[in-house]
Design a protein around this ligand. Structure first.
Ligand code: NAP
Length: 252
């Protein structure tokens, strides 16, 4: 299937590792002009080298801390200064935030800024130009929205899905779609290093929760994101698609 992403300008946040990196690689393989962003520069430069080595167009690299209140606006301004419009926005930067103390105000605040407000703010900065041109795709990477333990990311992802629904309804008649992709367990540094650091812990979790019998690969999540971002997915909006190997539980 031709996704018709050639020459589309696609911004991926949190692009340096995991799902974001695989998504940037997938867009570049489709002939898109990719803009990659994260806080740390060296992994983004390494990604840019990998993309060009694989025959993709040289990506534009922009660092930004999206958990800072003005981070999304500064990223949007940097794009504007380079006279770049964005066709596709993938709000992927984020991460699990298990809490040491259930009332840790600073951790709740940071979890919401990164996992919800950053996507909302960046969309508010970039969607008006998409609406003006009458074409755009916004894919928000959410995750579990129910948990049995306090985690600052979980209610933030629920807010992201709820807000995405309203954004989708608001933009739908003007050629801009908004969807969420909800990963279950996809092999990435946060999953392998922090959430399930040993092979034994992974096996136990998989046996209890994942009928597919394994964690997913970043490229599998990237394929879904690329499809939702494509020309051919124009009638899909306001939805959340899980990618979780048939996970049996919603309350992890
Ligand atoms: N992997 C999973 O199984 C899973 C499950 C549920 C939900 N998700 C969601 O999927 C998305 C990607 O997850 P992942 O596991 O692939 O993540 P990851 O490997 O931990 O990568 C996170 C990316 O976000 C960037 N980032 C982190 N904090 C940032 C900040 N304050 N400002 C800007 N960029 C920041 C990181 O780069 P820097 O550190 O250089 O900034 C990195 O590029 C996240 O939204 C996550 O919540 C993933």
């Amino acid at each position: 299937m031709d996704l018709r992403l050639t020459d589309k300008v696609c911004l991926v946040t949190g692009a340096s590792t995991g799902i974001g990196r695989a998504t940037a690689m997938a867009f570049a393989a489709e002939g898109a002009q990719v803009v990659v962003s994260a806080r740390s520069l060296p992994p983004l430069e390494e990604l840019a080298t990998a993309i060009t080595a694989a025959g993709g167009r040289a990506p534009m690299v922009l660092t930004a801390d999206l958990a800072e209140a003005d981070g999304p606006q500064r990223l949007a301004r940097a794009l504007h200064e380079e006279a770049r419009h964005i066709d596709v926005l993938v709000n992927n930067a984020g991460g699990s935030r298990p809490l040491e103390a259930w009332d840790d105000e600073a951790a709740w605040d940071e979890g919401f800024r990164l996992n919800f407000l950053a996507a909302r703010r960046l969309t508010e900065a970039l969607a008006p130009a998409m609406l003006e041109r009458g074409w755009g795709r916004i894919v928000n990477v959410s995750g579990a929205v129910v948990a049995k333990n306090f985690n600052a990311a979980t209610p933030a992802k629920a807010a992201l899905e709820s807000w995405s629904k309203a954004a989708a309804a608001t933009f739908a008649s003007r050629g801009v779609t908004v969807n969420c992709v909800a990963p279950g367990r996809i092999n990435s540094p946060q999953i392998l290093d922090r959430l399930h650091p040993t092979e034994e812990a992974r096996r136990a979790y998989i046996a209890q929760n994942i009928p597919a019998g394994r964690f997913g690969e970043p490229r599998e999540a990237a394929a879904l994101i690329a499809f939702l971002a494509s020309e051919v997915a124009g009638y899909i909006t306001g939805t959340t698609i899980p990618i979780d190997g048939g996970a049996l539980r919603t309350a992890f």
